[in-house]
Design a protein around this ligand. Structure first.
Ligand code: 1GP
Length: 230
């Protein structure tokens, strides 16, 4: 079975966006550690199953990051379940989860589920708007969230989500310095190998999304962080 603790690099594919067979092939053959399918808007059963069946031709781990209950389906290696710690709406802490467990709790294999403590930090991102996140956070706030996730909730993953913009390195470092057991995911605005290296020097795992759709060559170069660490 796959060990997500070993993952240094993830490509996140948005089921609502189109990608050519050629680009998808390059992404899946790139030496990335895993593919995550996830998005905020227009994530449907149809577009998730379509993308899943295309990625499944390749021998690499595939996870679904759940954004709504309607688009969850069997067939993934892992299910990433975000709980947005800085959301002002309880729906995004555990409200969706409660409804999902009431409907499907009896059939879930919990070994496949990874609970992610999300902190959303780009106020202009769709995810910040949808989840009504309080994004104006200091390093002290980030450290407290890291303590909460690592020592109190004891979640396997903390995800600093700057979706759409490159984040503040000092905040990523502040979280990294606190976490002892929880794996730190960083995602947002990575568009070059240099940025990938910078964030990977603090985060355990970096997530590369948007640049796949705007500059595939730059996206592919970010995987080279793995070479420098081996
Ligand atoms: C989005 O964190 C990921 O959920 C990656 O962010 O799309 O900005 O690369 P980008």
């Amino acid at each position: 079975m796959y060990d997500i603790k070993q993952w240094k690099h993830i490509f996140k594919l948005d089921p609502a966006k189109s990608i050519s067979d050629e680009d998808l092939d390059a992404i899946c053959m790139s030496n990335t550690d895993a593919i995550v399918i996830g998005g905020t808007d227009d994530v449907t059963e149809d577009n998730v199953i379509h993308l899943m069946s295309r990625v499944r031709r390749y021998p690499l781990p595939l996870a679904l990051e759940i954004s709504n209950v309607e688009s969850v389906m069997p067939g993934f290696d892992f299910y990433f379940v975000p709980t947005v710690l800085n959301s002002n709406d309880v729906t995004y802490h555990n409200g969706i989860l409660l409804e999902a467990l009431k409907s499907y709790g009896h059939v879930i294999d919990f070994d496949e589920f990874i609970f992610e403590g999300y902190v959303v930090l780009n106020p202009d991102s769709k995810v910040a708007q949808v989840t009504k996140s309080q994004t104006d956070l200091s390093e002290d706030d980030i450290e407290a969230y890291a303590q909460m996730v690592n020592y109190m909730y004891q979640l396997p993953v903390m995800y600093l989500e700057y979706s759409g913009t490159y984040g503040e390195v000092d905040k990523v470092k502040a979280a990294a310095d606190i976490l002892t057991d929880t794996q730190l995911f960083y995602g947002g605005g990575i568009s070059s190998l240099g940025e990938a290296q910078e964030m990977a020097s603090f985060a355990d795992t970096i997530i590369v999304g948007d640049i796949i759709y705007t500059d595939i060559k730059k996206a592919l170069k970010t995987v080279k962080i793995k070479e420098s660490r081996q």
